[in-house]
Design a protein around this ligand. Structure first.
Ligand code: ADP
Ligand code: MG
Ligand code: MG
Length: 881
């Protein structure tokens, strides 16, 4: 078994493709060596060894030890120096590096091989005493703190004290004699803390350092980092042992980091920082201020030219923006690391576009280069970078709807509306929200709730509105007109800032920067659409994979269309009822005591609904609009103030106590499993008939005015085919009558949601009557798991912590379980009716991995909130590729 991979003198046993085994750093050091880039020679101990190290109780097999020793000899030969040989010493760095980069999480030790004898040999060989002692003191410090847990701070204190004694400010101002003194003080510290001398045996040093790197894989910070970033399934870290080059040789030496393009704007400019007479992390440590790369071009044009040449070669080779580390020793350039650079959303888009135009990558590759999350970044305001740096979040909840917002705290929806009317910016802080809060949510800059999950009312509605929102933030405790956030007290009117992209809550008013919808983003998305719309699949008769939107108002419809929506996949009619002027008539309908009085109330609602639909059809001219008939339990509509109750009693002529009785009768134990969806239509067919009439008469009017309309009437919560047949018959009768009365030519479809598990199972029968299916995966997830959407926040965190879920199944479709129902229904539906339209309108419609599943399952489209449309377009194209 091969455990160790050598690189040096233009030859390498590893390659970039071996990153799982060699870690990113090791794989790229090997690759660069093969490319003839100047890389100090060395060897990589594989990630497999890390795994074995832990399996064997933190020890190595003889075979591993043997291979390391053999490769050390090889390295010594290649370099013409020997580890620990005072006359001709070799020095090495021992560097960590996993398959996925975890910046700053693990350990690196430089200058290994320094001891009381080699330091002298090195000094005479290089004729540079200062360099030798500077390297020695750095080694003791790194080895002591990294491998032996001596607090870094203790070393820093000694250094600071010495500088003070010598009256100097910079490390570089200490001379060789000072550094000798420093070494002896460091050694004293080492002995005091560890109870033994600093090891002079260089083999002991080497294995101590290798242990330290492997141990760092399981240190607290690294574990936490992997948790936060959801990094799983790695074997461990590799260890790179590499010959040292010295950037601290003097003023003709230095070290730096650079990017082949600007990582924040994406511009094709060489960008970086460096320090002369410095080593390793000095550049990022902030002790001295590093210089810009342009200064290197002036100071040392020859080195700059070499560096630029390496940059160009590496970028051409990797075909991606590179983040590189380099060291200059005595005027000679060495590259110590390269990797694909991290970048902002803006830079990602620009680099992808440019690299395709430069002929480096194909259009498909360009489209794969930008993540949906990076697009998301571009569509929302963000906290200014400087403010983010200087402020710490005081609490963290679920990142329900991205974007940052700041405002004065209000605790009720009506306050939010009142303050907004006065021109105040407010953040609506509530335990939870309900449909009556819509107005206040709309008026607020952002929403913060203390309970609820990713599909709670606040989360869904906020995403729909594109409003920043943090939900389920347990550290928020509301008490009347004030609240505690992580113990800190806030009154109504105090400023807070929330970041719905991260779930963070900040005290006070932070600066925000607006989103930028640039020409570049537009161009990028046009490539995305080209790929997406030309897709052909075996399990879907229609060409292309479409993206629709969930929109309830003409304004949302317009916004979504601007963002590229190709229709409405879900228009929820009930949201229209919450507006003033409509809710009153609707309440009259709900409390009506006979069919006649109910119909009278419905007659008042009809023209209002019709007007809403007209607006939406106009905005969506030429595109399909799926309208869902009334879905929520009626009880949600009758939360009333006293004066509203009085008024209702007056207009309806029903005494207040009778109204109260009727409202009480509507209460249910489990409203989400109760009298809602098509069950309402079964009990009160006249409601759905009124809605059908409103939809079709609006459609006819718009059609008559010359626009094309494509209405799709959707019946929610169907579980058996008889429900559908019963309701469809009535809807079709009304629709045909309306169309005839207008003398218009409007074609419409009647279909159903698939959101009750039973519906998925009998989808073949349902498809005999349904012309389309829309998967309501919020309810389908809820009913398949038996998890309440609104209460899941109380136990989901435990499930996630225990790895029972990799992700929240309400945020990302559970393809293993719920996905089976979707796939089964899709297939059974298509068997019965090959051209049946299939779509998804749950929250999952905007989630990239769920979108990929929908593509594979043969769905015609996904539908998501307006602000997620560009993200879904990208995710859809990436699913196609
Ligand atoms: P990290 O993963 O934290 O960046 P590295 O292993 O890349 O740690 O090491 C940090 C820095 O140490 C490098 O950028 C480089 O400046 C310096 N370094 C590492 N190995 C060597 C070496 N063989 N010669 C000179 N400097 C080195
Ligand atoms: Mg590095
Ligand atoms: Mg539903």
């Amino acid at each position: 078994n091969k455990y160790v991979y050598f690189f040096g003198n233009g030859m390498a046993e590893g390659a970039a493709s071996m990153r799982e085994l060699l870690g990113g750093k090791g794989a790229n050091l090997a690759e660069m060596t093969s490319l003839g880039i100047p890389v100090p020679a060395g060897f990589t101990i594989s990630t497999e060894v890390c795994q074995l190290y832990y399996e064997n109780g933190r020890s190595y097999t003889d075979e591993i030890v043997k291979q390391v020793e053999e490769n050390l000899i090889r390295l010594e030969k290649a370099m013409g120096h020997e580890l620990g040989n005072p006359d001709n010493p070799l020095f090495v760095s021992v560097r960590s590096g996993a398959a996925i980069s975890m910046p700053g999480m693990m350990e690196t030790i430089l200058n290994l091989g320094m001891n009381d004898e080699t330091v002298v040999g090195f000094a005479s060989q290089t004729s540079n005493e200062r360099l030798a002692w500077d390297s020695y003191r750095r080694f003791i410090q790194m080895y002591g703190s990294v491998a032996k847990d001596i607090p870094h701070h203790d070393f820093e204190e000694i250094l600071a004290a010495l500088k003070k004694e010598k009256g100097v400010e910079l490390d570089t101002e200490l001379d060789a004699e000072d550094l000798k003194e420093l070494v002896s003080r460091y050694k004293e510290l080492y002995k005091r803390v560890k109870g033994e001398d600093f090891p002079q045996d260089t083999k002991v040093q080497l294995w101590g350092a290798i242990d330290a790197v492997f141990n760092s894989w399981e240190n607290e910070r690294a574990i936490k980092y992997r948790q936060i970033n959801n990094i799983k399934g790695l074997k461990g870290t590799a260890v790179n042992v590499q010959a040292m080059v010295f950037g601290n040789f003097g003023e003709d030496s230095g070290t730096g980091v650079c990017f082949s393009r600007d990582p924040s704007t994406g511009e094709n400019v060489f960008y970086g920082e460096f320090l002369m007479n410095a080593q390793g992390e000095d550049v990022v440590a902030g002790i001295r201020t590093p210089e810009k790369l342009s200064t290197l071009a002036e100071k040392n044009p020859e080195i700059y030219r070499q560096l630029e040449d390496v940059k160009n070669r590496l970028e051409k080779h990797y075909k991606d923006m590179q983040d590189m580390e380099f060291t200059i020793e005595h005027g000679k350039l060495y590259i110590l690391q390269t990797r694909n650079g991290k970048r902002t959303g803006r830079a990602a888009v620009k680099i992808a576009l440019d690299m395709h135009k430069e002929g480096l990558i194909s259009r498909e590759e360009a489209v794969m280069r930008v993540t949906p999350a990076q697009i998301d970044q571009l569509l929302h305001p963000m906290i200014a970078a400087s403010d983010r740096k200087s402020n710490k979040a005081i609490a963290k909840g679920l990142n329900a709807s991205p974007g940052a917002a700041c405002g004065k705290i209000v605790f009720t929806a009506s306050e939010a509306e009142k303050e907004a009317e006065k021109g105040e910016k407010v953040i609506l802080v509530r335990k939870e929200t309900s449909p009556e809060d819509i107005g206040g949510m709309h008026a607020a800059q952002g929403i913060l709730t203390s309970t609820g999950g990713m599909t709670s009312h606040a989360a869904v509605v906020a995403r729909g509105m594109g409003k920043p929102s943090v939900v389920g933030c347990k550290d928020v405790v509301i008490d009347g007109d004030s609240c505690l956030i992580s113990g800190q007290s806030f009154n109504k009117g105090d400023w807070v800032t929330i970041d719905g992209g991260t779930g963070e809550v900040f005290a006070g008013r932070l600066n925000l920067v607006p989103p930028a919808i640039t020409d570049e983003l537009k161009e990028f998305l046009s490539w995305v659409d080209e790929i997406r719309l030309s897709a052909k699949r075996k399990n879907c008769p229609e060409k292309g994979f479409k993206v629709r939107t969930n929109a309830d108002t003409p304004e949302d419809a317009r916004k979504a269309r601007d963002f590229g929506a190709e229709g409405i996949g879900l228009c929820r009619t009930e949201h229209m009822f919450f507006e003033k002027g409509k809710i009153e008539a609707f309440r009259e309908m709900i409390i009506a005591d006979s069919e006649i009085s109910r119909k009278k109330a419905l007659e008042k609602i009809l023209p209002l609904q019709k007007k809403d639909f007209t607006g939406i059809f106009k905005e969506m001219a030429g595109l399909p609009v799926t309208i869902r008939l009334l879905d929520p339990p009626l009880h949600e509509f009758v939360h009333m103030s006293h004066s509203e109750l009085e008024e209702l009693s007056m207009t309806s002529g029903i005494p207040q106590d009778v109204i109260r009785q009727r409202i009480d009768a509507l209460k249910e134990q489990n409203p989400m499993l109760g009298h809602r969806g098509c069950r309402l239509g079964i009990t009160y067919p006249e409601i759905y008939e009124m809605q059908a009439e409103a939809i079709l008469s609006a459609a006819c009017e718009v059609a008559v005015s010359g626009e094309s309309v494509i209405p799709e009437i959707m019946i929610p919560l169907v579980g058996s085919v008889k429900e559908l047949v019963y309701l469809k018959e009535r809807i079709v009768a009304v629709a045909d009558r309306v169309i005839a009365s207008y003398g218009a030519t409007v074609t419409y479809k009647v279909g159903t949601m698939i959101e009750v598990p039973r519906a998925a199972l009998v989808a073949d029968k349902i498809a005999e009557h349904a012309e389309f299916f829309s998967f309501g995966t919020n309810d389908l997830t809820q009913m398949t798991f038996g998890f309440s959407r609104d209460d899941v926040g109380s136990f989901l965190p435990d499930y996630l912590k225990l790895d029972m879920f990799e992700v929240d199944p309400f945020a990302s479709l559970d393809t293993e379980g719920v996905g089976q129902l979707v796939a089964l229904a899709a297939q059974r539906g298509r068997n019965t009716r090959p051209d049946i339209k299939l779509g998804i309108c749950g929250e999952h419609g905007g989630d990239p991995s769920s979108i990929e599943f929908c593509y594979k399952t043969g769905l015609n489209y996904v539908s998501c909130s307006p602000y997620r449309v560009p993200i879904a377009r990208l995710a859809a194209a990436q699913a196609v590729i």
